[in-house]
Design a protein around this ligand. Structure first.
Ligand code: MN
Length: 483
């Protein structure tokens, strides 16, 4: 392959992720932080920033920040101050955002993950707490922008990475890991499309082998992982083209147009905001003690890596299965419930990664919306283990009917006349019939063509209309032929 001008360059990316914390109330007051209420119903003089009101820090938000700090191997700050970041915008009623400027609650952490089979570690510059702004709605009224202040003051963490990311794929894998973490930690629902996780990407390029940074573009407010990847790939080409054409890059803020797949300049550094940060005079510092951190640590939910180990070591699953079952919180939580209902961990994994996964794919559902409760899958497993049915009948006939009707598997199997027979007398009779029907084949078998066993067993199964226990049939058939 011939070298192109692009091969000489690498892309340098740092990501800033804003994640909305799933606390009941807002960051600095008691207004509800629930999503989806009628516009401007979850506001009070406090979230509207009326003069004379005083903010108070939400303790749950501190706890959630400590959880993500611990999960990302961060140092947790003891003395936390808050600061005002001043700017004017219609959806920012106070005229400033209360954030953490010089004292982010978490520093020096990292996030490790795999991308295309390779291990990757991205260092975190900081994680800090802040509040969200309200929402400007541009597409309802043709003449006016509407403002909904329900979101004003809801708590956010901002996770800022070092410029350690080197491709769109790495960015996607990193975001996947962040979403996995916040979901496992139960601190954010992680739904990017609904705006509860938003991403800004700082993107620059440089000649491979050099270490200086060129001016970067900051692509703001992307709400899907794929768009982050697309923006990075677009910026790489655009910036390399500019440099190769002898143009000078400038530091600027850009927006991503998801329909055209391009980024557009919004403002350059000369027009950047001066936020005039200063310490928030109305909030005393919040002290996070070692005892408090220890307490949060003791109550931390199990994370993906820990569950994966457990599935392998305690339940004997292969690494591949353990990884798939622990990759997402909702999958592992279903599997854990299933483990509590059945002693057969391997069969439970096979059901999850086979019939259940296929069903979800066909229906376009996520596991959290899977209609079968774990006790139904556990009953299917039990029926197979007890010889009442086999995996093939259970997964292709009983399971779909259980999914459609909501009935218990035993009831469905009885109603559909699908319970298999462990009646030795009946099976022996069918075996005798088959042997009588194929005398030449039996002779071939006895002469060494052992592969014919499958044919004989298949004939018995057919004659029984699929109800003969295949394991038992296999055993009895072999005994008969070897006799
Ligand atoms: Mn921010």
């Amino acid at each position: 392959m011939s070298d192109t001008k692009y091969d000489k360059y690498e892309v340098i990316v740092g990501l800033e992720v804003h994640a909305q914390l799933s606390t009941q109330s807002k960051m600095y007051c008691g207004d509800s932080a629930a999503f989806g209420a009628s516009p401007n119903t979850q506001v009070s003089p406090l979230s509207l920033g009326h003069p004379g009101t005083l903010p108070v820090v939400n303790e749950s938000a501190i706890e959630y920040a400590v959880r993500i700090g611990l999960a990302t191997h961060s140092q947790i700050r003891y003395e936390n101050q808050f600061a005002r970041k001043n700017y004017f915008y219609a959806d920012l009623p106070k005229g400033y955002q209360i954030t953490q400027d010089k004292t982010p609650i978490c520093t020096h952490g990292y996030i490790a993950f795999e991308v295309n089979g390779e291990k990757k570690k991205v260092q975190l510059t900081r994680i800090h707490l802040e509040e969200d702004a309200g929402k400007s709605i541009h597409d309802i009224d043709p003449y006016f922008t509407l403002v909904d202040l329900n979101r004003a003051g809801t708590p956010l963490i901002e996770i800022v990475s070092e410029p350690d990311i080197r491709s769109g794929d790495e960015a996607m894998a990193y975001l996947h890991e962040v979403r996995k973490l916040v979901r496992y930690l139960d601190i954010c629902d992680g739904n990017m499309e609904e705006g509860s996780m938003r991403c800004d990407a700082n993107i620059s390029v440089r000649l491979k082998g050099t270490t200086a940074y060129n001016p970067r573009s900051e692509v703001k407010n992307m709400n899907s992982m794929r768009n982050v990847k697309r923006a990075i790939e677009f910026e790489f080409i655009r910036q390399v083209d500019a440099l190769e054409a002898g143009e000078k890059l400038v530091q600027e803020t850009r927006g991503f147009d998801a329909i055209k797949g391009i980024t557009l300049s919004q403002r350059s550094k000369e027009h950047a905001h001066d936020y005039r940060y200063f310490p928030e005079p109305d909030l005393p510092p919040v002290y996070v003690t070692d005892e408090y951190v220890a307490q949060v640590k003791a109550a931390m939910p199990k994370l993906s890596a820990e569950l994966k180990e457990e599935y392998m070591n305690r339940y004997g699953l292969p690494e591949y299965d353990a990884r798939l079952l622990s990759d997402d919180k909702f999958t592992s939580s279903y599997y854990n419930s299933l483990l509590a209902a059945t002693g057969n961990a391997k069969a439970a994994a096979n059901w999850m990664l086979g019939p259940v996964k296929n069903y979800l794919n066909e229906q376009g559902l996520e596991i959290q919306h899977f209609p079968l409760t774990p006790d139904k899958i556990a009953e299917l497993i039990k029926m197979i283990d007890e010889g009442k049915t086999n995996f093939s009948v259970a997964s292709t006939k009983i399971f779909p009917e259980v999914a459609a009707s909501g009935k218990m598997p035993m009831t469905v199997a009885e109603e559909m006349n699908l319970l298999q027979s462990s009646d030795e007398g009946l099976i022996q009779q069918l075996i005798a019939d088959v042997i009588a029907k194929y005398p030449e084949k039996v002779a071939e078998y006895k002469a060494g063509k052992k592969g014919l066993l499958g044919l004989f067993v298949g004939e018995v199964m057919k004659a029984s209309k699929g109800k003969a226990d295949p394991k038992l049939t296999n055993k009895l058939m072999m005994e008969k032929l070897e006799a």
